[in-house]
Design a protein around this ligand. Structure first.
Ligand code: 4NP
Length: 158
């Protein structure tokens, strides 16, 4: 008997889990579905500053303009069990990747990466934090996350 093929599990990580990683969750969920890819998706923050809060209203507004749904999302902090559960733990920036590596059990370190590593020929490696900037930052976040989502879908389909 062949073992069952389990869907890959992807966890998106940022600092607050209210702007970038919820956007990644919403965008990747929609695009993976369109691509017919069965995948388990979640997001979390390296800080616990916004635990239980819905995504930032600016992220929701920018994302809904492009048809993405943030329904059911609430901020949570990454936990140790996440490293064993998720196959891909993708941080939005280097600081958050470093914070993950500090608390990750050694045998799961290779699961940690940068989401923008899935953008071929990317000029930047990090999704800039839009929290303290103007509204333009949220559109930029969406552009980058859409590209990375398509790159990750292509990688998972191989
Ligand atoms: P995120 O953005 O990491 O993309 O969710 C931030 C959200 C909140 C804060 C910083 C960044 N904060 O300082 O509260």
């Amino acid at each position: 008997m062949m073992p069952p093929i389990l869907p890959p599990k992807v966890l998106f990580i940022c600092l607050g889990n209210i702007c970038r990683s919820p956007t990644a969750e919403a965008v990747f969920r929609a695009r993976a579905k369109s691509a017919g890819l069965d995948v388990i998706i979640d997001s979390a923050g390296t800080s616990g500053w916004h635990i239980g809060e819905p995504p930032d209203h600016r992220s929701i507004e920018a994302g809904e303009m492009r048809g993405y749904s943030f329904a059911g999302q609430a901020s949570r902090k990454v936990i140790r069990a996440d490293f064993a559960k998720f196959d891909y733990i993708l941080a939005m920036d280097l600081k958050n990747a470093a914070a993950l590596k500090k608390i990750c059990p050694e045998n799961y370190i290779s699961r940690i990466g940068l989401f923008l590593d899935y953008v071929p020929q990317a000029k930047i490696s990090e999704v800039p934090d839009p929290y303290y900037g103007d509204g333009d930052g949220f559109t930029k976040v969406l552009d980058l996350i859409e590209q990375a989502s398509d790159g990750l879908i292509a990688a998972l389909k191989q």
